[in-house]
Design a binder for this molecule. Structure first.
Ligand code: AMP
Length: 597
C-alpha cells in the first residue's frame, strides 16, 4: 500500500531551521496541529541523553545540560558538503561535533548508550519529521503517509533531494516539495480570496531562524500563483542575529573580567538562549537585560542590551536583506510601485528595524501581517497537500501553482567555464536543451559535469554531479554534436540526459554517492535504523512508565504507614469515643486502604 489510496490524508510540514510546524486541511479549514506539549510549533532539535532520545521541546530543554549531544540547525547542513565555507563557519558556533564523512559529507557525532554514533543531517531531519508525522497522527487518529514538505526557495538541487530523502527515511511519501514563500503566498491568497479581484503582485519576505527567502508572485483571483522571481540566502536568519549578540557578550565578559569564555560550551549555550530571549523582547521594548548566574568560573553576568545596539550589530545583515529584495525586483522586472502587498513570514520578520527598512523601500506601504508569520508556510503546505491528495477537497481544484527554479543550471565547458542551460527564475516544470561539440580530435568520451549557481567559473558554483558519455564515433574536433537536455520536475528536482546526435546514444545523470546523495540502499538502511530508534524509544518509555507506577505504589504504601499509625494513635486518644465516631473512623480507614480505580 503506498498510502495514496481512497483514505490517504496528506499533511503539510514546514521543516524549519529552528522550529517546525505541521498542518492539515480538515472540516473545510486549515488546522495547525499542536504537539504533545500543546505548542503549535516544535523546536527542530534532537537530543541524545544517556539511553534516551528526545525530539522537539524536550530536546531543546536538554540543550544547556548536554550541549554536545543536543543537535539543532541540521537545515544548515542538509545537502551541503563538509568543506563548504558556510558549514565551516556554522561549525565554529555549534556545541556538537561535526566530522567529514565519505565523499565530503558532514556527519554529526553524538554519544548514545555509551557509544559514539554518527548521523547524517538527513537522519536528524527525519527524526524531526517523524515527530511532526506523529503529531498529525495523534490529532487525526490514523496513520499518515503523504506529505508536502516546504524548503527555502533558494535551496539548490542537492538540498531539495536531501530533504526528500529525509522524508523517505521518516516513512513519508513526499508528494511534493514546495518553496516556503510560495506556500505563504498560497495561505495569503486563500485568506484574502474575496478581496483579490483580477491580478495582484505580492512580495513575500520570509526571514526565519536560518534562512532568508524573497519571492515575487502574481496572484490571479486568489487561486493562480505565478512566481515571477525568487532570491535569498540559505544562510541568513535569526540565528545570525543571536550569534552577534553572543559575540558581543563574550567580548563584554572578556573586557570586564579578562576571561575568555569561548571554551566553555555550557556557558555559550546558556548565553545563546538568553540572547535569543532578549532579541525577542527587543522587538517590543527598546531595552532589556541579560542576567546569568555563575556563567563562567562562578562569575555572574549581567548586561543591559538596547535595541539600538542590537540594530548596530546586525545592520550588515539587515542591509543584505534589503539588497536581496531589490535584486529580486530587478529579476522579476517589476517596479516597487507595482507591488500591491508585502507579506511578512518567519519569526525574524517581527524585528522592527527590518519592518521600517521595508516600509521605507516600499514608500511607507503598509506591510501585510494578516498571515501568522510562524504558521503561514505550514498553512499553505496543508492546502497544497490537500489539493494533491486523492481525497482532495474540491475547493482547491482550480488552485494552480507556477513556480520557478531559483538558481541557474548548466554544465562545465572548456576552460572551467559555466555554460547555463536553464537560467534562474525559469518557470518550472521545464525542459531545455543545449548542443555542444567535441573539443578534441577522435574524442571517444565526454565527461559531463553539472553545476548550479550564478558564477562564471564552474567550480565557483555548486557541483551537482557528473557522468560520462562514451561511444563517441571517431571524428575531427568540433565535428560531433552532443545535446544536454535538462529537465526540472514540479518539485524543482533535476534530471540531465546527454545524447550523441549522430548515433542517438543517450546517458542519464545518475547521481552517485560522490555527490553526497544517498543511494536507495542507504535510504532503506536508514529507514530500518529509524524504526529501531523508535522501538528503543518506546521500550525506554515503557520501562520509565513501569518504574513510575512502581514508585507510585511504594509512595502510596508509605502513606498507608502514616494512616495506620494515625488510626492506632486515634484509638489510644479516643477511648471515650461514641459508636458513631468509631464507625466513621473505620470507614475512613477503609476508604484510604481500598484500591482506587
Ligand atoms: P522561523 O524559522 O520562522 O520559525 O523563525 C524563527 C526565528 O525567529 C528564530 O531565530 C527566532 O529567534 C526569531 N523570532 C521569533 N520571534 C521573534 C521576535 N518577536 N523578534 C525577533 N525574532 C524573533
Amino acid at each position: 500500500m503506498d498510502g495514496r489510496g481512497e483514505d490517504a490524508q496528506a499533511i503539510g510540514i514546514d521543516l524549519g531551521t529552528t522550529y517546525s510546524c505541521v498542518a492539515v486541511w480538515k472540516h473545510d479549514r486549515v488546522k495547525i496541529i499542536p504537539n504533545d506539549r500543546g505548542n503549535r510549533t516544535t523546536p527542530s532539535c534532537v537530543a541524545f541523553v544517556d539511553s534516551e532520545r528526545f525530539i522537539g521541546d524536550d530536546a531543546k530543554s536538554q540543550g544547556a545540560m548536554k550541549p554536545a549531544n543536543t543537535i539543532y540547525d541540521t537545515k544548515r547542513l542538509i545537502g551541503r558538503r563538509f568543506s563548504d565555507s558556510k558549514v565551516q563557519d556554522a561549525m565554529k558556533l555549534w556545541p556538537f561535533k561535526v566530522i567529514q564523512g565519505p565523499a565530503d559529507t558532514p556527519k554529526i557525532v553524538v554519544s548514545y548508550k555509551g557509544k559514539q554514533k554518527e548521523f547524517l543531517a538527513e537522519e536528524i531531519s527525519s527524526m524531526i519529521l517523524v515527530k511532526m508525522k506523529e503529531t498529525a497522527e495523534s490529532y487525526l487518529g490514523k496513520p499518515v503517509k503523504n506529505a508536502v514538505i516546504t524548503v527555502p526557495a533558494y535551496f539548490n538541487d542537492s538540498q531539495r533531494q536531501a530533504t526528500k530523502d529525509a522524508g523517505a527515511i521518516a516513512g513519508l511519501n513526499v508528494i511534493r516539495i514546495i518553496n516556503e514563500p510560495t506556500a505563504a503566498a498560497i495561505a495569503y491568497g486563500l485568506d484574502n480570496k474575496s478581496d483579490i479581484n483580477g491580478k495582484i503582485n505580492v512580495l513575500v519576505f520570509d526571514l526565519g531562524g536560518g534562512t532568508f527567502d524573497v519571492s515575487i508572485l502574481t496572484i490571479t483571483k486568489g487561486d493562480t500563483f505565478q512566481v515571477k522571481a525568487v532570491g535569498g540566502d540559505t544562510h541568513l536568519g535569526g540565528e545570525d542575529f543571536d550569534n552577534r549578540m553572543v559575540e558581543h557578550c563574550v567580548w563584554e565578559f572578556n573586557k570586564r573580567w579578562n576571561k575568555d569564555i569561548t571554551g566553555n560550551k555550557r556557558a555559550l549555550v546558556r548565553l545563546r538562549c538568553a540572547c535569543e530571549k532578549a532579541k525577542r523582547i527587543l522587538s517590543c521594548n527598546t531595552q532589556t537585560s541579560i542576567d546569568l548566574d555563575c556563567l563562567h568560573e562562578g562569575i555572574d553576568f549581567c548586561m543591559k542590551f538596547s535595541r539600538a545596539k542590537f540594530e548596530e550589530l546586525n545592520m550588515g545583515s539587515f542591509n543584505k536583506c534589503i539588497e536581496t529584495v531589490e535584486a529580486c525586483l530587478r529579476d522579476a522586472k517589476m517596479k516597487k510601485s507595482c507591488v500591491h502587498e508585502v507579506i511578512l513570514v518567519g519569526g525574524s520578520s517581527r524585528i522592527p528595524k527590518i519592518q521600517s527598512m521595508l516600509q521605507q523601500l516600499f514608500d511607507m506601504k503598509v506591510l501585510s501581517k494578516s498571515t501568522n508569520p510562524d504558521e503561514a508556510v505550514a498553512y499553505g503546505a496543508a492546502i497544497m497537500a490537500d489539493k494533491l491528495s486523492s481525497n482532495s477537497n474540491k475547493s482547491f481544484k482550480d488552485l494552480l501553482l507556477l513556480d520557478v527554479n531559483p538558481l541557474s543550471l548548466g554544465v562545465e565547458i572548456k576552460g572551467e567555464l559555466f555554460s547555463v542551460v536553464i537560467p534562474r527564475n525559469t518557470p518550472i516544470p521545464t525542459k531545455k536543451s543545449k548542443t555542444y561539440v567535441t573539443c578534441n580530435d577522435n574524442q571517444s568520451a565526454a565527461c559531463v559535469k553539472v553545476y548550479q549557481g550564478e558564477r562564471a567559473k564552474s567550480t565557483d558554483n555548486h557541483f551537482l554531479g557528473k557522468f560520462t558519455i562514451s561511444g563517441i564515433p571517431p571524428a575531427p574536433k568540433e565535428a560531433i554534436e552532443i545535446t544536454e537536455c535538462f529537465e526540472i520536475d514540479a518539485n524543482g528536482i533535476l534530471t540531465v540526459t546527454s545524447q550523441i546526435l549522430s548515433t542517438g546514444k543517450t546517458e542519464k545523470l545518475t547521481v552517485v554517492n560522490e555527490n553526497g546523495r544517498l543511494s536507495k540502499e542507504e535510504i532503506e538502511k536508514m529507514i530500518e535504523d529509524a524504526d529501531k530508534y523508535k522501538q528503543e524509544d518506546q521500550e525506554y518509555k515503557k520501562k520509565a512508565d513501569a518504574f513510575n507506577a512502581l514508585e507510585d505504589c511504594i509512595y502510596n504504601m508509605k502513606k498507608m504507614e502514616h494512616v495506620i499509625a494515625d488510626a492506632t494513635k486515634w484509638i489510644e486518644d479516643n477511648q471515650n469515643a461514641t459508636v458513631d465516631e468509631i464507625e466513621r473512623m473505620k470507614e475512613h480507614l477503609e476508604s484510604m486502604c481500598m484500591p482506587k480505580f
